[in-house]
Design a protein around this ligand. Structure first.
Ligand SMILES: [Mn+2]
Length: 481
């Protein structure tokens, strides 16, 4: 069905369902709301934790369907506009015109191909970058976090005060929590106010398959009517990069993405390009070609495992984030302990990279002039206090994998012991070859299942010398009342 007709039906359904108190407001009204009014609107909604403790999920959103559509149109417009539309910023060629058609999606009919792309963001010394992990429909934590940026003078309302301040979100914005609509609307406001300073990587839940299964489509239909057309949100996901290489003009980079490593893509032409902001289509993933050319990746595991793992690698054109195989930047994981295997594979989750496997890949994907030093990622989702989850909590929400003081034998060590052994300080250096996982926000099944109430963000200070980069870890208590 053409999406315009679906929109009309959705709008009609909204009128039939009954007057949403905000429905009489014009489409652009939410875009005009100041921060204080938006905050009141969002915080008036019951928390996810209250809903999980048997309150009914809200039937209405903090805005009407036409207002959400209007924000989405603007959000897609700014994502596909200026920077992405600039042919000079695409290394190896700009995508075809279908990529820029805001009416098409890779899963729709007529379909456009799934066209994942990478972004480079090279910043001057003195820049700050704020990193955020999974939100999963948790509006309380997002509102609390943005409020803290305002208190610190980083933001004035939705507007970033210093042009050298950037914000990066590491994916998984919706599903599992009940406020994906409000989260997306808030992120849209941030992007619209700061088009050159707010960035989003695409998580495994920025996929039509996952939002159909894990709650976001159901949420939109509950709030906006059963015929609400979700195409616009899916189109928005198509214009988010799957990885952002955040770095300095001196040539040091962090790989910032939702899931894990992807050996099938070679970022070196992108990283070595002259433009501080640039993009590259991922294209075909040449995983097997890479593994055969870089024996260090599989040599680190024993021969039987090596042979098994090699059969799981392939060269292929990704048709979707999970087909024909999982796409490493959006999926994939990292092991916890330094002695874990260099490389492993888990059904349903994909590849699990150990310290040596990660190092092999970071080396192969770097050049003398463009060095990928570490990985900032999220994609952490255990509802039970697993070893990784325990470490995330002790580390105030940002955990560095493979710490020398940690070991498999300490997997289930008590919190008091882990607090003494692990990196827990507010200000941390960024270690070469390290992977940092950012925790999922707490107004969620994760906060309930793992007993925590704080939302974490990290503020990275970029300096001339990579050794002087600092990461400030900020953990904020979130109220569920
Ligand atoms: Mn995820």
């Amino acid at each position: 069905m053409p999406h315009r007709l679906l929109n009309l039906l959705g709008f009609a359904a909204l009128l039939v369902i009954g007057p949403n108190s905000m429905a009489q407001d014009g489409p652009g009204e939410v875009q005009q709301l100041d921060w204080a009014s938006w905050k009141v609107r969002c915080m008036a909604l019951p928390s996810n934790q209250q809903i999980l403790l048997n309150q009914a999920p809200p039937g209405r959103a903090a805005m009407s369907a036409v207002q959400f559509d209007d924000l989405l149109n603007r959000f897609v417009g700014v994502q596909l506009g200026d920077a992405l539309a600039n042919e000079a910023l695409w290394i190896g060629g700009k995508p075809g015109s279908s990529f820029f058609d805001s009416q098409l999606c890779y899963f729709n009919d007529p379909a456009v191909a799934f066209m994942p792309f990478a972004q480079k963001l090279s910043l001057a010394p003195g820049s700050r970058v704020i990193f955020n992990g999974d939100l999963h429909g948790d509006i309380r934590s997002l509102i609390t976090t943005i409020g803290s940026w305002q208190q610190q003078g980083l933001l004035d309302g939705f507007r970033i005060v210093d042009p050298q301040t950037h914000v990066v979100f590491l994916g998984d914005y919706t599903d599992r929590g009940f406020y994906g609509v409000e989260v997306i609307a808030t992120l849209a406001r941030l992007k619209l106010e700061n088009p050159d300073n707010v960035w989003f990587s695409r998580g495994n839940h920025e996929d039509s398959q996952l939002v159909s299964r894990y709650g976001f489509v159901e949420e939109m239909q509950r709030k906006f009517g059963g015929t609400y057309d979700v195409t616009k949100v899916m189109r928005l996901y198509d214009c988010l990069p799957v990885v952002i290489y955040v770095g300095s003009s001196a040539g040091d980079y962090l790989q910032c993405n939702h899931g894990g490593m992807e050996p099938g893509y070679d970022p070196r032409p992108l990283l070595e390009s002259a433009a501080p902001l640039a993009f590259q289509l991922i294209g075909d993933l040449k995983q097997l070609t890479f593994a055969d050319a870089h024996s260090e990746l599989l040599d680190a595991v024993g021969v039987p495992e090596r042979n098994t793992l090699r059969t799981l690698l392939a060269d292929f054109t990704p048709a979707s984030p999970a087909l024909p195989r999982t796409f490493g930047f959006m999926w994939n994981d990292f092991s916890v302990f330094a002695e874990d295997p260099a490389l492993d594979y888990q059904d349903q989750r994909g590849w699990v990279y150990g310290q040596r496997g990660t190092r092999a890949l970071l080396n192969a994907q770097s050049t003398p002039g463009a060095r990928i030093r570490a990985v900032f990622r999220a994609h952490q989702h255990s509802k039970k206090p697993s070893p990784l989850m325990q470490r995330l909590l002790v580390s105030h929400g940002v955990f560095r994998h493979w710490q020398a003081t940690d070991a498999t034998g300490l997997a289930t060590a008590p919190q008091t012991l882990l607090e003494r052994l692990l990196e827990t300080s507010t200000e941390r250096s960024v270690e070469d070859g390290a992977v940092y996982t950012f925790n999922v926000s707490p107004d969620s099944v994760y906060g309930v299942g793992c007993y925590y109430n704080f939302a974490t963000h990290g503020i990275l200070s970029i300096t001339e010398q990579f050794e002087d980069w600092k990461l400030e870890v900020v953990a904020l208590p979130v109220s569920f009342d």
